[in-house]
Design a protein around this ligand. Structure first.
Ligand code: SAH
Ligand code: SF4
Length: 354
């Protein structure tokens, strides 16, 4: 299911320029509109002093029933973690779907975590979004709108700070919604607008093999993170049903070819689950799998979810040490904002239950 994208936020600069010049509005007015929307993150351009031809175009073309809209999601809920470093937003889209967007501060730097779908079709057993099932893909405009929402919130609380990093680790599988995600990333990395450096954008995938290869083929400048979680096929399929479609062997082969063709490091995400994937033997098998791939392993504590009875592991340190001794860089992801239910899909799951 998809909804028509009339959103101005889903247009690249070239597309916006084409729309305006077709209406006899000059390129430099298109640049002005782009700056207002994407650099200044202005919610309503009609409230800004615009040059007369642009003001006329905006009045005639943006709004309900007109050719374009700037459909900003409504903020249904905002929750701050007790340490004040994580803010989680529940955003309601125009069709009523609710998605999550998170703003995190780490050592004075700000990172946004955005959603790519409402729900997710991949069904990972430990994941609150997977437990919800798939609802629909987000449009490019809806993905860009999350970044603008976070930037406006940041401007209000920290007027001199920039959003530096972006991760596609909210709800959904970004490589299942490839075209919209790549377009949205092209828009937010445009140096004339949001200007988030492409190397500061990480796309996290469950292991959607054909689109990992496509990212390499198309020379997409973003970072790739692969949620691996297991080092044998049987263990992985039990946690990540998508592994039955794109098995571990084909996933590692795709990573190897991505690494070779792009020369870029791959980040492997590993949720540590007690007794399932946290032994030193597993770490040794993982090191063999990753041999020859420029990799970095991120260890993530399991966030508890309603639909999964696994427990967070306490053997993370020995797992980390084993990997390091075998030459694989490995660090712990901060367990940031667990008190605001900042795990993937968790705030929404909690809210739906209430
Ligand atoms: N679909 C993509 C991106 C969204 S999920 C993917 O799976 O990579 C983002 C990250 O959150 C993934 O690494 C995922 O494994 C992790 N995650 C999901 N549920 C979690 C939970 N209950 N505890 C900790 N991490 C979780
Ligand atoms: Fe989807 Fe990622 Fe959750 Fe798996 S972990 S169900 S791929 S959002």
């Amino acid at each position: 299911m998809s909804i028509p994208d009339k959103s101005l936020l889903g247009l690249t600069f070239t597309e916006l320029e084409a729309v305006l010049t077709a209406d006899n509005v000059l390129t430099h007015h298109a640049k002005q509109l782009w700056r207002i929307v994407h650099r200044q993150a202005t919610a309503d351009p009609s409230q800004v002093a615009l040059s007369p031809p642009l003001a006329k175009w905006v009045a005639g073309n943006i709004g309900a029933g007109k050719s374009h809209c700037i459909d900003l999601p409504e903020q249904a809920e905002e929750i701050h973690s007790s340490d004040g470093l994580t803010r989680k937003y529940l955003l309601r889209l125009t069709d009523g779907q609710v998605i999550e967007t998170v703003l995190m501060e780490y050592e004075g730097r700000f990172t946004a975590c955005v959603s790519s779908q409402a729900g997710c079709a991949m069904g990972c057993v430990f994941c609150a979004t997977g437990q919800m099932g798939f609802v629909r893909h987000l449009t490019a405009g809806e993905i860009v709108a999350q970044v603008l929402h976070v930037r406006r919130a940041l401007a209000a609380s920290h007027p001199h700070r920039r959003l530096r990093n972006l991760v596609l680790m909210g709800m959904g599988e970004p490589l299942h919604n490839y075209d919209a995600v790549m377009k949205a990333m092209d828009i937010v990395s445009d140096p004339r607008g949001c200007a988030i450096g492409p190397a500061r954008i990480a796309i996290s995938t469950v292991g959607y093999v054909p689109n990992i290869l496509r990212m390499a083929r198309e020379k997409r400048p973003y970072r790739l993170a692969v949620s691996l979680h297991s080092s044998t096929e049987a263990e992985r399929s039990a946690l990540v049903p998508a592994s039955k479609k794109w098995n571990l062997e084909s996933l590692i082969a795709a990573c190897r070819s991505y690494s070779r063709d792009t020369g870029k490091r791959i980040f492997f995400e590993w949720i540590l689950i007690a007794g399932k994937n946290d032994s030193e033997d597993t770490a040794r098998r993982l090191a063999i799998l990753l041999d020859g791939i420029d990799s970095h392993v991120n260890l993530i504590p399991l966030n508890p979810t309603e639909g999964y009875d696994g427990h967070s592991s306490s053997s993370g340190l020995s797992f980390q040490n084993t990997l390091r001794e075998l030459g694989i860089p490995c660090t712990f992801r901060q367990r940031r904002g667990i008190d605001v239910a900042a795990g993937c899909g968790m705030l929404k799951a909690a809210r739906v239950k209430r």
